[in-house]
Design a protein around this ligand. Structure first.
Ligand code: HEC
Ligand code: HEC
Length: 326
């Protein structure tokens, strides 16, 4: 290209016009010493430009393009229509034909995906639980589809891996099951939901009795406790005033039908007792649970939100230790 002007005098008049332009005539336009020349556009560029203009007109004919009032041009009918099966609010399916748009294209792709998945879901629905677990190929589908269903519906509370959050939602990957560990029991929890209830005891028994019961509960899972107080606590536990035994069982191992916790294992849902270092704080945390009761664990019912075959698949997914975690 052209050479730099040596002087930087601020003058608009370049030193040598011909030298700068390489022989191509100037249009006479000049800005800050930069000349506009009369070079022709490259031929390929001009053709590409015409082609894009032609493409635009074709595109307008085929696809939705121009806004008119509250609607828009939808393209020449028949040239671009797209047909898909849509499920209506009442569950009936209808064939729909519409002009090309991203939404209907998405519907077509989703329908294809669902058709491919349907044969697998049908197989899950038709196979007994323990046979599903034996079928490696079917389990592969359960694991991948289960992961998606779980992260869409369950992970907000139980976390992506199902490990739960102490004080909020139970861990589904351990061997501890508040409501039972059989396929049927897990399925029933998912279908109908659960809300464990324990009454507040602060008005039913004295603060001293709450301390004793708390010491007894701590002793059951090998936590630091006052042995004399715990001995009295055992009596409170089995008494008809407190009636802890009625829900937790005389052995304190919990009842699956009520979802009352097993108090003899080291798994705590509502206070992270093993992680609390100070023995006084442990006691205080257990006393708070007994005094205040529990009514916060809400496991929603899914019968109206998921299809039976999806719930069955999730049951296997959860039972099998969340995709092979066990
Ligand atoms: C709004 C939060 C929330 C969502 C969403 C949720 N859960 Fe739960 N889930 C809970 C709580 C809280 C409990 C414990 C209920 C109790 O303590 O009574 C629970 C309990 C359970 C249990 C019983 C555990 C046991 O130890 O017996 C299973 C199984 C379970 N959930 C599976 C699922 C599945 C599968 C999904 C998704 C379809 C799901 N949950 C979605 C909060 C949730
Ligand atoms: C009406 C039934 C009922 C009675 C009576 C009852 N509980 Fe409970 N308790 C439950 C249920 C249900 C849960 C689990 C709640 C949940 O997870 O949502 C529970 C949970 C607990 C927990 C928490 C366990 C954990 O893992 O975090 C403690 C501690 C406890 N109970 C102690 C007692 C003591 C001590 C008494 C007697 C003073 C008592 N309970 C009486 C039903 C009862």
């Amino acid at each position: 290209m052209s050479q730099e002007t040596k002087t930087n005098s601020g003058s608009n008049e370049p030193k040598s016009r011909v030298k700068k332009t390489g022989g191509v005539p100037s249009t006479g336009h000049s800005w800050d010493g930069i000349e506009e020349l009369t070079n022709q556009l490259p031929r390929w560029w001009v053709w590409a430009f015409y082609l894009t203009a032609i493409f635009t007109v074709v595109y307008w004919l085929f696809y939705p393009a121009w806004p008119i009032g509250s609607t828009f041009t939808k393209g020449v009918p028949g040239l671009n229509s797209i047909t898909y099966t849509a499920t209506q609010v009442d569950g009936t399916q209808v064939e729909k034909t519409t002009h090309w748009n991203m939404r209907s294209k998405f519907m077509v792709e989703m329908n294809e995906l669902h058709a491919a998945q349907k044969q697998w879901f049908d197989k899950v629905a038709a196979t007994p639980f323990d046979e599903i677990a034996q079928d490696a190929e079917l389990m592969q589908f359960v694991t991948s589809a289960g992961k998606t269903l779980f992260s869409d519906n369950c992970a907000p509370c139980h976390q992506a891996g199902g490990q739960g959050v102490i004080g909020f939602s139970p861990n589904l990957t351990d061997d501890h099951w508040q409501y039972g560990s059989s396929y049927a029991q897990i399925q029933d929890v998912i279908v109908h939901g659960r809300q464990g209830y324990m009454p507040p005891f602060k008005e039913i028994i004295s603060d001293e009795e709450i301390t004793q019961a708390a010491n007894y509960v701590l002793s059951l899972s090998g936590e630091p406790h006052d042995a004399a107080s715990a001995e009295l606590g055992a009596k409170v536990f089995q008494s008809d005033t407190a009636s802890c035994y009625a829900c937790h069982g005389t052995d304190a191992k919990g009842k699956e039908g009520l979802g009352s916790a097993n108090l003899t294992d080291k798994i705590w849902l509502w206070a992270n007792i093993p992680e609390i270092e100070n023995a006084d704080e442990k006691l205080k945390a257990v006393k708070n649970i007994i005094a205040g009761g529990l009514n916060r664990g809400v496991m929603p019912a899914w019968e109206d939100r998921l299809k039976p075959d999806q719930i069955k698949l999730l049951t296997v997914y959860v039972h099998q230790g969340l995709g092979g975690g066990k």
